[in-house]
Design a protein. Structure first.
Length: 448
């Protein structure tokens, strides 16, 4: 028997985890009275489809908890961690600590699932962090536990959510969240908290320091979110292929939360030696700001010859996303014309054009994407086959995403036309305006 939540704490009602419909709890206040003197926590579920549909996300729950005066301690245990979700709640983290809150974390480093940037952020922004690792090839550190504690209430979530943008926002994850009333349920809370206490006291748990980060990075145990993926060598084609009707339509999903365009470089962040300096007029650079983007979301207007203009402002903000500056040169069609910087080798991409109903109407597989920077006009252009470009309606939204490793692709490019349900969802992520150049309404873009 289950009860619909009717008197759950106000914090839950404010969280997007419960924004659209009440969750199901397995122990209501009425049930608690029936158990006699033994009190039971309120249990709630994160369902697999809650996060990708935007119905409830763990990152929103953490952000709300950090902003609540009811909690004074936050403890995180994550097998894999990236800086993306941390950068999205950086302001909440800073305010929480400024108001006396304490944040601790334990990270795993197996399978290169944790990044240099995530640990650097934790070292500078948390009160105390630790690394758990075991040299045995048969043991992988794999827990995902998030703990919020105050004097009157405490909550713990245990599930599949890693501390990554996917794990916190867009992946199909599942978890159980338990809420305790203190001090009435102090005994039960102590049992729940024992998972943290045992972990902290274990000899394989070591404090995180700058020397530890340096050592782990030197040993190749950390991923680097600013490093461009090495060139891949799949068979590259420039031919468009027709796609049979997909078994799985692109049903509307909520994109990750947008990265703010006002981010700046964190103090002490490592600058790649090959990066070219840009003038203030070229736009503000945010490449080394916490939170490398997963994808560029941009309105496009394909030309008849297959050229698609991207955004030089976007390049200035996250040059590593594009592999910029380019090391190759174009070969001028006419003698005497200047060459332009070109990305070499061509990034390997996969393209899908969707119709308004969410079905794929055309695709490109293992397509070498010609990418050129026209310095004279300050334009960056990519080129697809003209017959492919003609199928893309003007002002469609292109999502140019870097796939999760391992992958033989550099980008997965999905195109959604106006009128598509996903188009409406993605429009909110296009939170920056590009100069129109006198050609009508300006296009928009953004990062997720």
């Amino acid at each position: 028997m289950v009860w619909e939540s009717t008197c759950f704490p106000r914090f839950y009602q404010a969280s997007s985890f419960y924004a659209r419909r009440s969750p199901i709890e397995v122990c209501s206040p009425k049930r608690r009275h029936q158990t006699g003197s033994k009190r039971l926590p309120t249990i709630q579920f994160l369902r697999p489809l809650d996060q990708p549909t935007g119905n409830g996300r763990t990152l929103a729950w953490l952000a709300t908890a950090l902003g609540s005066s009811e909690f004074s301690r936050l403890r995180l245990v994550a097998a894999f961690a990236k800086v993306g979700p941390l950068s999205r709640i950086a302001a909440e983290i800073a305010n929480f600590r400024a108001n006396g809150g304490n944040i601790q974390a334990v990270f795993g480093i197996d399978l290169m699932g944790t990044s240099l940037q995530a640990l650097t952020f934790a070292l500078s922004s948390f009160d105390e962090s630790f690394i758990w690792h075991h040299p045995s090839p048969f043991t992988t550190f794999h827990p995902k536990i998030y703990i919020c504690e105050g004097t009157r209430r405490a909550e713990i979530q245990i599930g599949s959510n890693n501390l990554t943008v996917g794990g916190m926002e867009t992946n199909c994850e599942s978890a159980i969240r338990a809420a305790y009333v203190l001090p009435q349920e102090a005994e039960e809370w102590t049992h729940a908290l024992d998972c943290w206490v045992q972990l902290i006291r274990h000899p394989n748990t070591i404090p995180l320091t700058s020397d530890v980060i340096t050592s782990l990075h030197a040993d190749g145990l950390l991923s680097d979110e600013t490093q461009v993926r090495p060139p891949t060598q799949p068979r590259v084609t420039r031919r468009a292929g027709r796609t049979s009707p997909s078994l799985f339509p692109f049903t509307p999903l909520a994109p990750p939360s947008s990265l703010l365009p006002t981010l700046r470089r964190r103090a002490g962040a490592r600058r790649p030696a090959t990066r070219r300096r840009t003038s203030q007029a070229e736009g503000s650079r945010v490449a080394d700001a916490p939170g490398s983007p997963n994808a560029l979301v941009i309105q496009i207007v394909p030309h008849h010859n297959g050229e698609i203009f991207l955004s030089k402002i976007a390049i200035n903000q996250h040059p590593d996303f594009f592999g910029f500056p380019f090391t190759g040169q174009t070969i001028p069609k006419r003698s005497g014309n200047p060459p332009y910087p070109q990305r070499v080798p061509d990034p390997v991409t996969e393209w899908r054009i969707y119709n308004r109903r969410g079905r794929v109407v055309r695709s490109l597989t293992s397509y070498g994407l010609n990418t050129v920077f026209y310095e004279r006009k300050g334009e960056i252009r990519i080129t697809v086959p003209p017959e492919f470009a003609r199928l893309i309606p003007s002002r469609s939204i292109l999502v140019m995403a870097r796939p999760s490793p391992p992958s033989m692709l550099d980008y997965i490019c999905d195109v959604f036309p106006p009128g598509n349900a996903q188009y409406a969802s993605l429009s909110g992520s296009c939170n920056q305006i590009m100069p129109s150049g006198g050609s009508g309404a300006p296009r928009r873009f953004g990062w997720v």
